[in-house]
Design a protein around this ligand. Structure first.
Ligand code: TYD
Length: 210
């Protein structure tokens, strides 16, 4: 890669994909690269990232009670609304780069394609919760269900989503594929079955090219 590059800021980057797709590894590598290049970076995760959103996260991932798909959608949206208002918007306004581990594409993929809620309803809810904010770049890390399951084999405990089963995850994968097809200028699909450093390199090349 050329050493003569400029990284745009502010910049809002989201990472998407099914559980076990390798987002966390890639986000950490990207954060390191950006810091080495003197960028101010903030990493947030969804659901979560603020005190209130982390409390909502706990309900969404670990509640013993049944949560209906609509309630789930509204809880994710509430958590997102707080995160956008309190953390993401102020950071972008002060010129920082924000990396978000999931954003509204996860809601489309999991709650609309996965749970079966109406696509238009979910899009409207996304728009409201994000207050119109759209990532500049989204990386969809694609991985087969088999490999993602193998990567998660050693986890001690599974959350509500990780226990959802193959049929659900196949629908979620199809959801992310559709989103990537519909928004090719924003969403970049990268196979995360390739070696970690290759994936990281593709991500960096895209970021320095915009
Ligand atoms: P998390 O532990 O962050 O998963 P991972 O580390 O694999 O990204 O858990 C978040 C879970 O919530 C994940 O299974 C996806 C799900 N989710 C939704 O269903 N809708 C959403 O809008 C978001 C942000 C996440």
């Amino acid at each position: 890669m050329t050493t003569d590059f400029k990284i745009r800021s502010p910049l809002f980057i989201s990472f998407e994909g099914i559980d076990g797709c390798g987002k966390t590894t890639q986000i950490n590598l990207l954060k390191e690269f950006l810091i080495q290049n003197k960028c101010e970076v903030i990493v947030a995760r969804e659901p979560g990232g603020t005190e209130i959103s982390e409390q909502i996260r706990n309900i969404l991932l670990h509640s013993k009670h049944k949560i209906s798909p609509v309630s789930e959608l509204l809880l994710f949206s509430a958590a997102r609304s707080v995160l956008v208002q309190d953390l993401i918007k102020p950071a972008l306004e002060s010129g920082k780069i924000v990396i978000c581990d999931r954003f509204f594409d996860s809601t489309l993929a999991y709650q609309a394609y996965g749970r079966g809620l109406d696509l238009e309803d979910v899009k409207q809810c996304n728009q409201l919760a994000s207050n119109g904010l759209v990532p500049d770049l989204t990386f969809f890390l694609s991985v087969s269900l088999e490999l993602s399951k193998r990567r998660m084999e050693n986890k001690a405990q599974f959350d509500r989503f990780e226990r959802a089963g193959d049929a659900f995850f196949n629908k979620v994968i199809n959801g992310f594929e559709q989103i990537a097809k519909e928004e090719p200028n924003r969403v970049f699909k990268i196979s995360s079955e390739n070696p970690i450093q290759d994936v990281a390199q593709q991500i960096i090349e895209k970021i320095v090219s915009i």
